[in-house]
Design a protein around this ligand. Structure first.
Ligand SMILES: N[C@@H](CCC(=O)N[C@@H](CS)C(=O)NCC(=O)O)C(=O)O
Length: 208
């Protein structure tokens, strides 16, 4: 079997989703770190793997490359305990993956990226505050859902939890305090207790 490679940037929550899921599913892969701040995801070689110029990219080693973190999650989790086979439960997983990309990631991850990676004078404070408000709204949706259930779908840990955990657990780094969201805080603890959990800073070995 070909060796899988994940092109990634360690601080990225989108990359972390894939690292965490593949490690928990005991799927070995090589981590190829790309410094996106130095333009390494915009080189001709990288654009041949993902024309959108963004990490994470899963390279299957046989000429096939897959981009988009949630597509990678769905691919690696197929047939596993992390992706329900029941069509209704699976549709709910899709619901939360799409929510994550449209309502959560752009408003929870982006403030963190701006505050940590941009020089102070490059940050539009008004836009940052708007994003943070939308981020709090997304966290509110999650908190209400989790108030009466342990995990997002079907009472079991799934890739829906992994996708939403990635940026939620570091939301405070974007100025989004989790104190007002008690159900989220309890859920973060449950996710962290799952077998083979690794932190966002973990750089390998993976799958072993
Ligand atoms: N929707 C994509 C977003 C990927 C993304 O925004 N990647 C960022 C890092 S988290 C990136 O590679 N940025 C580098 C660039 O835009 O040049 C996913 O979920 O994978």
């Amino acid at each position: 079997m070909n060796t899988w490679s994940l092109y990634d940037y360690l601080p990225s929550g989108n990359g972390y989703k894939c690292r965490l899921a593949m490690h928990q599913l005991e799927k070995p892969f090589q981590l190829v770190q790309k410094d996106i701040m130095a333009g390494m995801s915009r080189t001709p070689e990288f654009l041949a793997k993902n024309p959108n110029g963004r990490i994470p990219v899963l390279d299957l080693g046989d000429g096939r490359c897959l981009a988009e973190s949630n597509a990678i999650l769905l691919f690696v989790a197929e047939g596993s305990r992390l992706l329900p086979s029941d069509s209704w439960e699976r549709a709910q997983v899709y619901q939360w993956l799409f929510f994550e990309q449209y309502s959560h990631e752009p408003n929870v991850a982006t403030p963190r990226f701006w505050l940590h990676s941009l020089p102070e004078d490059k940050i539009d404070k008004g836009l940052l505050a708007k994003k943070q408000d939308l981020g709090r709204a997304a966290l509110g949706v999650m908190d209400r859902h989790l108030a009466s259930r342990p995990f997002f779908v079907g009472e079991r840990y799934s890739i829906a939890d992994i996708a939403l955990y990635a940026y939620t657990h570091v939301a405070d780094e974007g100025g989004l305090e989790l104190t007002p969201f008690p159900a989220i805080r309890r859920w973060l603890g449950r996710v962290k207790e799952q077998p083979r959990h690794v932190p966002i800073t973990y750089s390998g070995p993976f799958g072993a």
